[in-house]
Design a binder for this molecule. Structure first.
Ligand code: TXA
Ligand code: MG
Length: 335
């Protein structure tokens, strides 16, 4: 199959929407990462997403809708909390898990009786969903298990020849995947931390969030059990004061890459150093992290040492992804 890479002109967006309506696959930008979209109501089309990505069939997908008004087309028994969160954070990087409507295919939800829904905060994504006139099922547009794409070039690297079209909307502005909250039963639970922080959600709902599902052995978001966000190189997180982490990394032998920050990059005497952004501005690190991992993979290094960024709430979401990239391989210098 030939994969077209196109600009986000109105004409190209309607073409991508036509492809989706006909059961094909279109990758598109969102504010978080690029998504690999198919008609969310067409089971066969959704099946093609799993084939293109090599994704296990028991890992459900997020439905992307054009506005909160469409929530009731996908979900039922929607609690007031969901409406309040939609008002506060949509369009934006928040996904809500709710009880599903019967017509949502089992391929989307992996047979669960819940469905994950999000209204993305990216004008191209919203135009595409409107033009397709249906919810678009879309996981991140990477090969399963690998680092999520934050540019169209990343998507082409993973999926060229396997999908119909890629809309190039430039670099994603958030850079890590949406926060996922489960509102399908009892107390709201945070399933995946993200750019919208637990604190912000608690502020809107005026409750304290359960986050037990994240740490538990049997996570509620089925995707959390698989290898995730992994470059080809082995990732090692070095958690310590920036100076100490740099000293530790400088003392390592071999051919390695380093993910540093603007403040610390000059401390490294060895290795291929990538600046993921400023520690004073975790938004910048979130935006730059996946591109940094992918860039280091391109250099062919066997190891990537990465500084830790636990200091802020967004930093904790960033570290959730990095810990998975590293397979929980973390050197704690100060413990
Ligand atoms: O920012 C994002 O959320 C991006 C963009 C493209 O929207 N999408 C994304 O999709 O990250 P994906 O498929 O890479 O991750 C979706 C996660 C998986 O961990 C999956 O298991 C979980 O959402 N999920 C989907 N449906 C669920 C459900 N009904 N219950 C619990 N978890 C669910
Ligand atoms: Mg993903």
């Amino acid at each position: 199959m030939k994969t077209e890479l196109v600009t986000p002109s109105a004409e190209n967006i309607s073409r991508a929407a036509e492809i989706i309506k006909r059961g094909g696959l279109a990758a598109f930008p969102t504010e978080t990462v690029y998504g690999l979209g198919a008609d969310g109501l067409n089971s066969e089309a959704v099946g093609r997403i799993f084939t293109a990505k090599g994704r296990p069939a028991d890992n459900p997908l997020i439905l992307h809708i054009e506005s909160a008004d469409k929530l009731s087309d996908c979900a039922r028994d929607i609690p007031d909390a969901a409406h309040r969160l939609a008002r506060a954070f949509w369009p934006g990087p928040l996904t809500m898990v709710l009880k599903k409507r019967r017509h949502i295919p089992d391929t989307v939800t992996a047979g669960l009786d819940t469905v994950a829904v999000r209204c993305p905060g990216n004008a191209i994504a919203l135009s595409l969903i409107k033009a397709a006139e249906r919810p678009i099922a879309a996981p991140s547009a990477n090969t399963s298990g690998r680092v999520s794409p934050t540019s169209a070039a990343h998507v082409m690297e993973y999926l060229n020849g396997k999908i119909d079209i890629v809309i190039d909307g430039g670099d994603c502005t958030v850079g890590i995947e949406s926060t996922i909250i489960d509102l399908s039963e009892g107390l709201p639970r945070l399933l995946r931390p993200g750019y919208i922080t637990a604190g912000q959600i608690e502020g809107v709902l005026d409750i304290s969030l359960e986050t037990a599902a994240i740490a538990s052995e049997r996570p509620k978001a089925p995707g959390m059990k698989y290898t995730h966000y992994s470059p080809i190189a082995r990732v090692i997180i070095v958690d310590g004061e920036p100076g100490e982490a740099a000293a530790y990394i400088n003392s390592q032998a071999g051919d390695f890459g380093v993910i540093a920050s603007s403040e610390t990059k000059a401390l490294y005497k060895t290795g291929t150093v990538v600046d993921a952004g400023s520690r004073a501005n975790p938004d910048e690190i979130a935006r730059g992290l996946y591109a940094a991992l992918i860039r280091l993979d391109h250099t062919g290094v066997s190891h990537i040492y990465c500084e830790a960024f636990y200091d802020t709430e967004l930093g904790i979401s960033i570290m959730n992804r990095l810990e998975k990239s590293a397979g929980y391989n973390i050197i704690r210098l100060n413990k």
